[in-house]
Design a protein around this ligand. Structure first.
Ligand code: PLP
Length: 427
Protein backbone atom coordinates (compact mmCIF):
# COMPACT_ATOMS: atom_id res chain seq x y z
CA UNK A 1 0.00 0.00 0.00
CA UNK A 2 1.30 3.44 -0.83
CA UNK A 3 2.45 5.34 2.24
CA UNK A 4 1.00 8.51 0.72
CA UNK A 5 -2.57 7.33 1.26
CA UNK A 6 -4.27 9.82 3.59
CA UNK A 7 -5.68 8.79 6.95
CA UNK A 8 -9.13 7.24 6.64
CA UNK A 9 -10.21 9.58 9.44
CA UNK A 10 -9.05 12.74 7.74
CA UNK A 11 -12.56 14.00 7.14
CA UNK A 12 -14.61 11.88 9.48
CA UNK A 13 -16.18 12.60 12.84
CA UNK A 14 -15.33 9.72 15.17
CA UNK A 15 -18.91 9.40 16.33
CA UNK A 16 -20.11 8.52 12.87
CA UNK A 17 -17.34 6.20 11.68
CA UNK A 18 -18.87 2.89 12.62
CA UNK A 19 -22.65 3.02 12.56
CA UNK A 20 -24.83 2.27 14.38
CA UNK A 21 -23.09 3.93 17.30
CA UNK A 22 -24.78 4.18 20.67
CA UNK A 23 -25.30 7.85 21.48
CA UNK A 24 -23.33 9.38 24.35
CA UNK A 25 -26.35 11.37 25.43
CA UNK A 26 -29.91 10.18 25.86
CA UNK A 27 -32.99 12.38 26.05
CA UNK A 28 -30.95 15.57 25.89
CA UNK A 29 -28.74 14.96 28.94
CA UNK A 30 -25.21 13.65 28.92
CA UNK A 31 -24.66 10.19 30.28
CA UNK A 32 -22.57 9.83 33.42
CA UNK A 33 -19.01 8.61 33.03
CA UNK A 34 -19.65 5.21 34.65
CA UNK A 35 -22.24 4.62 31.92
CA UNK A 36 -19.94 5.96 29.22
CA UNK A 37 -17.31 3.45 30.37
CA UNK A 38 -19.78 0.78 29.24
CA UNK A 39 -21.55 2.54 26.39
CA UNK A 40 -19.30 5.20 24.90
CA UNK A 41 -18.20 3.99 21.47
CA UNK A 42 -20.05 0.68 21.78
CA UNK A 43 -21.13 -0.53 18.37
CA UNK A 44 -24.02 -2.99 18.23
CA UNK A 45 -23.17 -5.45 15.45
CA UNK A 46 -25.81 -4.83 12.74
CA UNK A 47 -25.89 -8.49 11.60
CA UNK A 48 -26.13 -10.30 14.95
CA UNK A 49 -27.18 -7.45 17.30
CA UNK A 50 -24.48 -8.74 19.66
CA UNK A 51 -24.08 -6.44 22.66
CA UNK A 52 -20.53 -7.48 23.53
CA UNK A 53 -18.12 -5.97 20.97
CA UNK A 54 -17.15 -8.33 18.17
CA UNK A 55 -13.48 -8.95 17.48
CA UNK A 56 -12.75 -8.13 13.87
CA UNK A 57 -9.44 -9.82 13.09
CA UNK A 58 -9.28 -8.93 9.41
CA UNK A 59 -6.21 -6.97 8.36
CA UNK A 60 -7.94 -5.53 5.30
CA UNK A 61 -11.49 -4.96 4.11
CA UNK A 62 -12.80 -5.39 0.55
CA UNK A 63 -13.11 -2.48 -1.81
CA UNK A 64 -16.68 -2.84 -3.11
CA UNK A 65 -18.02 -0.74 -6.02
CA UNK A 66 -20.95 1.31 -4.75
CA UNK A 67 -19.59 1.55 -1.19
CA UNK A 68 -17.75 4.76 -1.97
CA UNK A 69 -14.49 2.95 -2.67
CA UNK A 70 -14.51 3.83 -6.36
CA UNK A 71 -15.20 7.11 -8.09
CA UNK A 72 -17.02 7.26 -11.42
CA UNK A 73 -13.77 6.86 -13.38
CA UNK A 74 -12.93 3.70 -11.41
CA UNK A 75 -10.11 5.23 -9.38
CA UNK A 76 -10.05 4.20 -5.70
CA UNK A 77 -11.17 6.90 -3.29
CA UNK A 78 -9.53 5.42 -0.22
CA UNK A 79 -10.47 8.27 2.08
CA UNK A 80 -14.12 7.18 1.76
CA UNK A 81 -13.41 3.95 3.63
CA UNK A 82 -13.08 3.89 7.40
CA UNK A 83 -11.44 0.45 7.57
CA UNK A 84 -8.91 -0.07 4.87
CA UNK A 85 -5.91 -1.64 6.50
CA UNK A 86 -5.46 -2.55 10.15
CA UNK A 87 -2.20 -0.66 10.69
CA UNK A 88 -4.32 2.52 10.58
CA UNK A 89 -7.15 1.07 12.56
CA UNK A 90 -9.67 -1.74 12.55
CA UNK A 91 -13.29 -1.85 13.74
CA UNK A 92 -12.49 -3.32 17.17
CA UNK A 93 -9.59 -0.92 17.80
CA UNK A 94 -11.83 1.93 16.66
CA UNK A 95 -14.48 1.01 19.24
CA UNK A 96 -11.80 1.19 21.93
CA UNK A 97 -10.61 4.56 20.62
CA UNK A 98 -14.16 5.90 20.75
CA UNK A 99 -14.66 4.58 24.25
CA UNK A 100 -11.43 6.20 25.46
CA UNK A 101 -12.37 9.48 23.75
CA UNK A 102 -15.75 9.35 25.51
CA UNK A 103 -14.12 8.66 28.89
CA UNK A 104 -11.62 11.49 28.52
CA UNK A 105 -14.22 13.80 26.94
CA UNK A 106 -11.89 14.12 23.97
CA UNK A 107 -12.77 14.65 20.31
CA UNK A 108 -10.75 11.62 19.31
CA UNK A 109 -8.20 9.03 20.40
CA UNK A 110 -5.45 6.98 18.80
CA UNK A 111 -4.78 3.53 20.25
CA UNK A 112 -1.27 2.08 20.01
CA UNK A 113 0.45 -1.21 20.71
CA UNK A 114 1.89 0.00 24.04
CA UNK A 115 1.88 3.03 26.30
CA UNK A 116 5.42 3.86 25.22
CA UNK A 117 4.26 3.83 21.59
CA UNK A 118 1.61 6.46 22.45
CA UNK A 119 4.30 8.61 24.09
CA UNK A 120 6.74 8.11 21.18
CA UNK A 121 3.97 8.84 18.67
CA UNK A 122 3.21 12.12 20.46
CA UNK A 123 6.86 13.21 20.72
CA UNK A 124 7.76 12.21 17.16
CA UNK A 125 4.74 14.01 15.71
CA UNK A 126 4.86 17.24 17.69
CA UNK A 127 8.64 17.72 17.80
CA UNK A 128 11.16 18.16 15.02
CA UNK A 129 14.81 19.16 14.77
CA UNK A 130 15.41 22.49 16.50
CA UNK A 131 12.34 22.22 18.77
CA UNK A 132 12.50 22.17 22.56
CA UNK A 133 10.73 19.70 24.86
CA UNK A 134 10.27 20.18 28.59
CA UNK A 135 9.84 16.82 30.28
CA UNK A 136 9.18 16.01 33.91
CA UNK A 137 12.48 15.10 35.61
CA UNK A 138 10.59 12.19 37.19
CA UNK A 139 8.16 10.32 35.00
CA UNK A 140 7.83 6.78 33.68
CA UNK A 141 11.41 5.62 33.04
CA UNK A 142 10.79 4.73 29.38
CA UNK A 143 9.37 8.19 28.62
CA UNK A 144 12.18 9.92 30.51
CA UNK A 145 14.87 7.91 28.72
CA UNK A 146 13.23 8.40 25.30
CA UNK A 147 13.12 12.15 25.87
CA UNK A 148 16.54 12.65 27.39
CA UNK A 149 18.63 10.02 25.61
CA UNK A 150 17.09 9.45 22.20
CA UNK A 151 15.44 12.74 21.12
CA UNK A 152 18.64 14.84 21.41
CA UNK A 153 20.21 12.53 18.77
CA UNK A 154 17.56 13.88 16.37
CA UNK A 155 18.36 17.52 17.10
CA UNK A 156 15.56 18.05 19.64
CA UNK A 157 16.49 20.06 22.73
CA UNK A 158 15.24 18.61 26.01
CA UNK A 159 15.09 20.09 29.51
CA UNK A 160 14.09 18.00 32.54
CA UNK A 161 12.12 19.96 35.12
CA UNK A 162 10.57 19.22 38.50
CA UNK A 163 6.98 19.89 37.43
CA UNK A 164 5.80 20.37 40.99
CA UNK A 165 7.89 23.59 40.96
CA UNK A 166 6.05 26.05 38.72
CA UNK A 167 8.90 28.55 39.09
CA UNK A 168 11.34 25.93 37.76
CA UNK A 169 9.02 25.23 34.85
CA UNK A 170 8.56 28.95 34.12
CA UNK A 171 12.33 29.42 33.89
CA UNK A 172 12.74 26.52 31.44
CA UNK A 173 10.74 27.89 28.50
CA UNK A 174 12.60 28.92 25.36
CA UNK A 175 11.25 30.54 22.19
CA UNK A 176 11.35 27.09 20.52
CA UNK A 177 9.54 25.18 23.32
CA UNK A 178 6.78 23.20 21.60
CA UNK A 179 5.72 20.61 24.17
CA UNK A 180 5.61 20.07 27.94
CA UNK A 181 5.25 16.44 29.01
CA UNK A 182 4.31 15.56 32.58
CA UNK A 183 2.68 12.93 34.79
CA UNK A 184 0.35 13.15 37.77
CA UNK A 185 0.82 11.22 40.01
CA UNK A 186 4.27 10.48 38.64
CA UNK A 187 5.73 7.02 38.54
CA UNK A 188 7.41 5.97 40.77
CA UNK A 189 7.40 8.59 43.56
CA UNK A 190 3.73 9.71 43.37
CA UNK A 191 4.53 13.40 43.27
CA UNK A 192 1.68 15.40 41.74
CA UNK A 193 1.65 18.03 39.01
CA UNK A 194 -0.76 20.95 39.09
CA UNK A 195 -2.13 20.39 35.59
CA UNK A 196 -4.05 23.68 35.36
CA UNK A 197 -0.96 25.68 36.37
CA UNK A 198 1.26 23.81 33.89
CA UNK A 199 -1.25 24.18 31.03
CA UNK A 200 -1.79 27.89 31.70
CA UNK A 201 1.95 28.56 31.70
CA UNK A 202 2.68 26.40 28.65
CA UNK A 203 -0.10 28.00 26.61
CA UNK A 204 1.20 31.44 27.50
CA UNK A 205 4.47 30.34 25.86
CA UNK A 206 2.70 28.82 22.84
CA UNK A 207 3.53 25.23 23.85
CA UNK A 208 1.25 22.20 24.03
CA UNK A 209 0.94 19.98 27.12
CA UNK A 210 0.74 16.21 27.19
CA UNK A 211 0.12 14.34 30.43
CA UNK A 212 0.61 10.65 31.06
CA UNK A 213 -2.42 9.99 33.24
CA UNK A 214 -1.83 6.24 33.61
CA UNK A 215 -1.63 6.31 37.41
CA UNK A 216 -4.64 8.60 37.80
CA UNK A 217 -6.91 6.92 35.20
CA UNK A 218 -10.00 8.73 33.85
CA UNK A 219 -11.77 7.77 37.09
CA UNK A 220 -9.57 10.11 39.16
CA UNK A 221 -8.63 12.97 36.86
CA UNK A 222 -9.86 14.55 33.63
CA UNK A 223 -6.80 16.42 32.36
CA UNK A 224 -8.49 17.88 29.26
CA UNK A 225 -10.98 19.71 31.48
CA UNK A 226 -7.99 21.17 33.35
CA UNK A 227 -6.55 22.63 30.14
CA UNK A 228 -4.12 19.91 29.05
CA UNK A 229 -3.98 19.26 25.28
CA UNK A 230 -3.26 15.52 25.13
CA UNK A 231 -3.90 12.72 27.62
CA UNK A 232 -1.84 9.56 27.32
CA UNK A 233 -2.43 6.21 29.01
CA UNK A 234 -0.60 2.96 29.17
CA UNK A 235 -3.70 0.82 28.70
CA UNK A 236 -1.55 -2.06 29.95
CA UNK A 237 -2.09 -0.84 33.51
CA UNK A 238 -5.37 0.08 35.25
CA UNK A 239 -7.48 0.52 32.13
CA UNK A 240 -7.08 -3.06 30.94
CA UNK A 241 -6.48 -3.96 34.54
CA UNK A 242 -5.91 -7.68 34.20
CA UNK A 243 -2.22 -7.92 33.31
CA UNK A 244 -2.87 -9.75 30.06
CA UNK A 245 -2.61 -7.15 27.28
CA UNK A 246 -0.27 -4.34 26.29
CA UNK A 247 -1.76 -1.15 24.86
CA UNK A 248 -1.56 2.62 24.79
CA UNK A 249 -3.70 5.57 23.82
CA UNK A 250 -3.44 9.29 23.22
CA UNK A 251 -6.65 11.37 23.46
CA UNK A 252 -7.28 15.00 22.58
CA UNK A 253 -8.54 17.51 20.06
CA UNK A 254 -9.45 16.13 16.65
CA UNK A 255 -6.75 17.95 14.71
CA UNK A 256 -3.99 16.91 17.12
CA UNK A 257 -5.02 13.25 17.20
CA UNK A 258 -5.40 13.21 13.43
CA UNK A 259 -1.91 14.63 13.05
CA UNK A 260 -0.48 11.96 15.36
CA UNK A 261 -2.43 9.23 13.58
CA UNK A 262 -1.41 10.28 10.10
CA UNK A 263 2.29 10.55 11.03
CA UNK A 264 3.34 8.28 13.85
CA UNK A 265 0.20 6.13 13.72
CA UNK A 266 1.08 5.16 10.18
CA UNK A 267 4.88 5.29 10.14
CA UNK A 268 5.76 4.15 13.67
CA UNK A 269 3.76 1.03 12.88
CA UNK A 270 2.97 0.34 16.53
CA UNK A 271 -0.67 -0.54 15.92
CA UNK A 272 -2.78 -2.16 18.60
CA UNK A 273 -4.03 -5.67 17.82
CA UNK A 274 -7.79 -6.27 17.67
CA UNK A 275 -7.43 -9.00 20.28
CA UNK A 276 -5.77 -6.64 22.76
CA UNK A 277 -8.27 -3.87 21.98
CA UNK A 278 -11.06 -6.30 22.87
CA UNK A 279 -9.36 -7.30 26.13
CA UNK A 280 -8.83 -3.66 27.05
CA UNK A 281 -12.51 -2.87 26.36
CA UNK A 282 -13.52 -5.75 28.58
CA UNK A 283 -11.30 -4.23 31.26
CA UNK A 284 -12.89 -0.79 30.82
CA UNK A 285 -16.30 -2.31 31.60
CA UNK A 286 -15.22 -2.59 35.25
CA UNK A 287 -12.80 0.35 35.44
CA UNK A 288 -14.90 2.50 37.76
CA UNK A 289 -15.76 -0.13 40.39
CA UNK A 290 -12.19 -1.49 40.26
CA UNK A 291 -10.64 1.92 40.85
CA UNK A 292 -13.04 2.75 43.66
CA UNK A 293 -12.32 -0.52 45.44
CA UNK A 294 -8.57 -0.14 44.89
CA UNK A 295 -8.65 3.44 46.19
CA UNK A 296 -10.55 2.43 49.33
CA UNK A 297 -8.13 -0.44 49.95
CA UNK A 298 -5.08 1.75 49.21
CA UNK A 299 -6.14 4.32 51.81
CA UNK A 300 -6.70 1.64 54.42
CA UNK A 301 -3.31 0.03 53.65
CA UNK A 302 -1.54 3.40 53.57
CA UNK A 303 -2.87 4.11 57.08
CA UNK A 304 -1.91 0.62 58.26
CA UNK A 305 1.64 0.97 56.88
CA UNK A 306 2.00 4.47 58.35
CA UNK A 307 1.61 2.91 61.82
CA UNK A 308 3.80 -0.13 61.11
CA UNK A 309 7.03 -0.27 63.15
CA UNK A 310 9.09 -1.55 60.19
CA UNK A 311 7.90 1.22 57.83
CA UNK A 312 9.68 4.57 57.93
CA UNK A 313 7.53 6.51 55.49
CA UNK A 314 4.40 6.16 53.32
CA UNK A 315 3.38 8.25 50.32
CA UNK A 316 -0.23 8.17 49.12
CA UNK A 317 -2.11 11.16 47.66
CA UNK A 318 -5.07 10.37 49.92
CA UNK A 319 -3.05 10.71 53.14
CA UNK A 320 -3.05 14.13 54.79
CA UNK A 321 0.72 13.64 55.16
CA UNK A 322 1.22 13.74 51.37
CA UNK A 323 2.86 17.15 50.76
CA UNK A 324 0.39 17.87 47.95
CA UNK A 325 -2.73 16.44 49.59
CA UNK A 326 -4.66 19.66 48.90
CA UNK A 327 -3.83 19.45 45.21
CA UNK A 328 -4.80 15.77 45.25
CA UNK A 329 -8.21 16.67 46.72
CA UNK A 330 -8.68 19.32 44.03
CA UNK A 331 -7.43 17.28 41.05
CA UNK A 332 -8.38 13.67 41.86
CA UNK A 333 -11.89 12.28 42.35
CA UNK A 334 -10.38 9.13 43.88
CA UNK A 335 -6.81 8.86 45.15
CA UNK A 336 -5.95 5.76 43.13
CA UNK A 337 -4.47 2.34 43.65
CA UNK A 338 -0.78 3.26 43.97
CA UNK A 339 1.20 3.92 47.13
CA UNK A 340 4.85 3.78 48.11
CA UNK A 341 6.53 2.98 51.40
CA UNK A 342 10.07 3.01 52.74
CA UNK A 343 11.88 0.81 55.22
CA UNK A 344 15.34 0.58 56.75
CA UNK A 345 17.80 -1.42 54.63
CA UNK A 346 15.51 -1.63 51.58
CA UNK A 347 17.70 -4.13 49.67
CA UNK A 348 17.47 -6.70 52.46
CA UNK A 349 13.76 -5.96 52.90
CA UNK A 350 13.18 -6.54 49.17
CA UNK A 351 14.54 -10.09 49.43
CA UNK A 352 12.59 -10.63 52.65
CA UNK A 353 9.31 -9.47 51.03
CA UNK A 354 9.89 -11.48 47.85
CA UNK A 355 10.27 -14.61 50.01
CA UNK A 356 7.49 -13.91 52.49
CA UNK A 357 4.59 -12.35 50.59
CA UNK A 358 1.71 -14.79 50.05
CA UNK A 359 -1.08 -12.56 48.70
CA UNK A 360 0.72 -9.64 47.02
CA UNK A 361 3.22 -10.47 44.28
CA UNK A 362 6.79 -9.22 44.17
CA UNK A 363 7.04 -8.07 40.53
CA UNK A 364 7.25 -5.10 38.17
CA UNK A 365 4.25 -3.39 36.52
CA UNK A 366 1.11 -2.07 38.17
CA UNK A 367 -2.62 -1.53 37.83
CA UNK A 368 -3.59 -5.20 37.70
CA UNK A 369 -6.32 -7.00 39.64
CA UNK A 370 -3.61 -8.65 41.77
CA UNK A 371 -1.46 -6.60 44.14
CA UNK A 372 2.13 -6.05 43.05
CA UNK A 373 5.07 -4.66 45.00
CA UNK A 374 8.64 -3.91 43.92
CA UNK A 375 11.61 -1.95 45.26
CA UNK A 376 12.81 0.98 43.18
CA UNK A 377 16.21 1.76 44.63
CA UNK A 378 17.08 5.46 44.37
CA UNK A 379 20.77 4.98 43.45
CA UNK A 380 19.80 2.46 40.79
CA UNK A 381 17.06 4.72 39.37
CA UNK A 382 19.51 7.63 39.21
CA UNK A 383 22.08 5.48 37.41
CA UNK A 384 19.77 3.81 34.97
CA UNK A 385 17.34 6.63 34.23
CA UNK A 386 16.94 9.95 36.00
CA UNK A 387 20.53 11.11 36.62
CA UNK A 388 19.31 13.94 38.83
CA UNK A 389 21.62 16.21 40.75
CA UNK A 390 21.43 19.06 43.26
CA UNK A 391 17.96 20.37 44.03
CA UNK A 392 16.24 17.88 41.70
CA UNK A 393 17.93 14.93 43.40
CA UNK A 394 17.04 16.36 46.83
CA UNK A 395 13.41 16.76 45.70
CA UNK A 396 13.35 13.12 44.52
CA UNK A 397 14.84 11.96 47.82
CA UNK A 398 12.23 13.94 49.76
CA UNK A 399 9.65 11.55 48.30
CA UNK A 400 11.77 8.41 47.94
CA UNK A 401 14.69 8.41 50.39
CA UNK A 402 17.10 5.59 49.45
CA UNK A 403 14.35 3.75 47.65
CA UNK A 404 10.62 3.12 47.59
CA UNK A 405 8.57 -0.02 47.60
CA UNK A 406 5.98 0.75 44.93
CA UNK A 407 2.76 -1.03 45.85
CA UNK A 408 -0.04 -1.39 43.32
CA UNK A 409 -3.18 -2.42 45.18
CA UNK A 410 -5.32 -5.14 43.63
CA UNK A 411 -8.78 -6.46 44.29
CA UNK A 412 -7.96 -8.98 47.00
CA UNK A 413 -9.70 -8.70 50.37
CA UNK A 414 -8.11 -5.68 52.03
CA UNK A 415 -7.97 -7.64 55.31
CA UNK A 416 -5.92 -10.36 53.59
CA UNK A 417 -3.59 -7.74 52.14
CA UNK A 418 -3.08 -6.07 55.51
CA UNK A 419 -2.36 -9.43 57.18
CA UNK A 420 -0.04 -10.45 54.34
CA UNK A 421 1.97 -7.22 54.48
CA UNK A 422 2.10 -7.43 58.26
CA UNK A 423 3.51 -10.96 58.31
CA UNK A 424 5.88 -10.28 55.39
CA UNK A 425 7.30 -7.12 56.96
CA UNK A 426 7.89 -8.82 60.32
CA UNK A 427 11.47 -9.97 61.10
C1 PLP B 1 3.05 5.91 33.88
C2 PLP B 1 3.44 4.95 32.78
N1 PLP B 1 3.38 5.36 31.51
C3 PLP B 1 3.72 4.54 30.50
C4 PLP B 1 4.16 3.27 30.74
C5 PLP B 1 4.55 2.40 29.58
O1 PLP B 1 3.53 1.54 29.27
P1 PLP B 1 3.70 0.26 28.33
O2 PLP B 1 4.45 -0.76 29.09
O3 PLP B 1 2.29 -0.09 27.99
O4 PLP B 1 4.47 0.71 27.12
C6 PLP B 1 4.22 2.79 32.03
C7 PLP B 1 4.70 1.41 32.30
O5 PLP B 1 5.03 1.05 33.42
C8 PLP B 1 3.86 3.66 33.10
O6 PLP B 1 3.90 3.27 34.38
Amino acid sequence: MSSSVPSPFAATDHRSVAAPLRPSSEGGHTLRRETLALDGGLVIDPATKAIAPNISMSVNNMLVPGDGAFSADGVSDLTALPFLYARWTNPTVRQLEQRMAALEDADDALATATGVAAIAATFLTLLKKGDHLIVSDVCYAGANELARRILPDYGIEVTAVNMSRIDELAAAFRPNTRLVHCESPCNPILRLTDLTAVATLAHRHGALVSVDSTLATPVATRPLALGVDLVIHSLTKFINGHGDALGGVVCGRKELVEKIRSRAGVYLGASLSAQNAWLVMRGIDTLFPRLRTMSDSALRIARFLSDHPRVTSVTYPGLTTHPQHDLAKHQMDVFGGMLTFQTEDPQAMAIHLARRLRVAHYAFSLGHQRSIVVLLDTAEMMNSTYRLQGAQLAAYRAFAGDGVFRLSIGLESVDDLVEDLDQALSP
